[in-house]
Write a protein that binds this ligand. Structure first.
Ligand code: FES
Length: 69
């Protein structure tokens, strides 16, 4: 629920249209995500109601957490 990074970037393979639209904050963060696709979302911002929603994890993510933590 943070909507503060792009670590949870996912791509919705099925069920994209059943999700609520992304907020402006989510869209701004998605613009910084590696491998952005038309069906990209931030996993912490989507609340699927359809059991058939399928997601794909991108090959790379930008991990905002330092290894020192
Ligand atoms: S935006 Fe950082 S965990 Fe979802």
């Amino acid at each position: 629920m943070s909507c503060a990074c792009t670590t949870c970037h996912i791509i919705i393979e099925e069920g994209f249209t059943s999700l609520e639209d992304a907020s402006d904050d989510e869209e701004d963060l998605l613009d910084k995500a590696w491998g952005l696709e038309a069906r990209s979302r931030l996993g912490c911002q989507v609340y699927p109601e359809d059991e058939l929603t399928i997601i794909k994890i991108p090959k790379y993510t930008i991990n905002q957490v330092s290894e020192d933590h």
